[in-house]
Design a binder for this molecule. Structure first.
Ligand code: P6P
Length: 331
């Protein structure tokens, strides 16, 4: 008798996709899960192989690329370039979008991803993550162009992240709630472990890097003071410095993550296309909200693959308060 509690990610995706949905979309999510398994194996052994340390190159962000970044980026590209499901990809590690090689058939979906966010934490064994989003091409006749990436987050068909931590988890949404799967290393499958994830009503944490306090606007400072002296929520401060890890903890325990505008970085640090928008889609599907501080991140239409956006993301009550205080103090 098979325990009917064992739900693999493949089964969950198939069960949740309407019969009308083409197999392409389901298979694309499966391909991403397979990429995650491959990356997880390497990540879990990072301390044991020569993968640690710098790849000797830097990416479009000018950040020193860790070998594991480069490896994760390559795995995701190679697992998806030949399947005929995508017409293009965009990665944090590449200045321009990635075309599907001529010899392969083009599909109707577009994949955006940060292959290994928080990679500066690799060498100190702190959890890191992959973030991804899936759009439909904007023009079936001319698919695989920059225009396919210049879509606001509310056009996302799916979004998710993989957290390489004490266990490897894949969390995703296709617009029908947020569901978490934990990798069972013995059988090599992601098994459903957190169905219908939602931000708890009572949040526990706020996450930000206080080192930048003096660079913040008056509204942002007032917001942090509100978070610190909140009668209703006795919040603790937790900041890992690894976006996926901070986001995941706040999703499970309730809280808000913020990377605000700064004096010398008006759009903050996080990238819209493959960090803030996918996580905001997940947040909204889990009853939360992602804001630029002025409005929904999902309403921002990118005009550059790597544009940054101020980010407040988590419990809707906490994020909406940021909008209120920034509007009051920063006009
Ligand atoms: P800071 C990692 O480099 C990252 O992009 C996110 O994972 C993380 O939330 C943020 O930067 C940390 O930035 O400036 O606080 O070190």
């Amino acid at each position: 008798m098979i325990n009917n509690k064992i739900v693999t990610i493949e089964r969950h995706i198939l069960d949740s996709q309407p019969d009308s949905a083409r197999g392409d979309f389901t298979n694309l999510l499966y391909d991403i899960a397979l990429s995650a398994k491959i990356i997880a194996v390497k990540t879990n052994r990072a301390g044991l192989t020569d993968v640690l340390g710098r790849a000797g190159s830097s990416n479009i962000q000018g950040e020193q690329q860790q070998k594991l970044d480069v490896y994760a980026d390559d795995v995701i590209f190679r697992m998806n370039d030949h399947t005929g499901r995508l017409c293009a990809m965009a990665s944090e590690e590449h200045e321009h979008f990635l075309e599907i090689p001529e010899q392969f058939q083009k599909g109707s979906y577009v994949l955006v991803f940060d292959p290994l966010d928080g990679s500066s934490n690799i060498d100190v064994n702190v959890s890191i993550g992959t973030i991804f989003g899936i759009y439909r091409t904007v023009d079936y006749q001319k698919r695989g162009r920059l225009e396919d990436f210049m879509q606001p987050g509310h056009k996302l068909l799916a979004a998710g992240y993989v957290l390489y931590g004490s266990s490897t988890m894949l969390v995703y949404t296709t617009g029908q709630g947020v569901h978490g799967f934990t990798l069972d290393l013995e059988i090599g499958e992601f098994l459903l472990s957190h169905e219908n994830m939602r931000f708890p009503e009572t949040p526990q944490y706020y996450s930000t890097n206080h080192a930048y306090f003096d660079r913040w606007s008056k509204g942002t400072k007032e917001y942090v003071r509100w978070l610190q002296n909140n009668e209703r929520f006795q919040l603790s401060e937790r900041y890992i410095g690894s976006l996926v890890a901070d986001f995941h903890r706040n999703l499970l325990r309730g809280g808000v993550f913020m990377y605000p505008s700064e004096r010398n970085r008006p759009n903050g640090k996080l990238r819209l296309l493959y960090e803030a928008a996918p996580l905001s889609y997940i947040a909204e599907q889990a009853g939360g909200y992602g804001s630029t501080g002025k409005g929904s991140i999902l309403d921002v239409t990118p005009d550059d693959l790597h544009q940054r956006v101020p980010t407040y993301i988590g419990n809707r009550a906490l994020v909406s308060k940021a909008e209120e205080l920034l509007a009051r103090h920063d006009q």
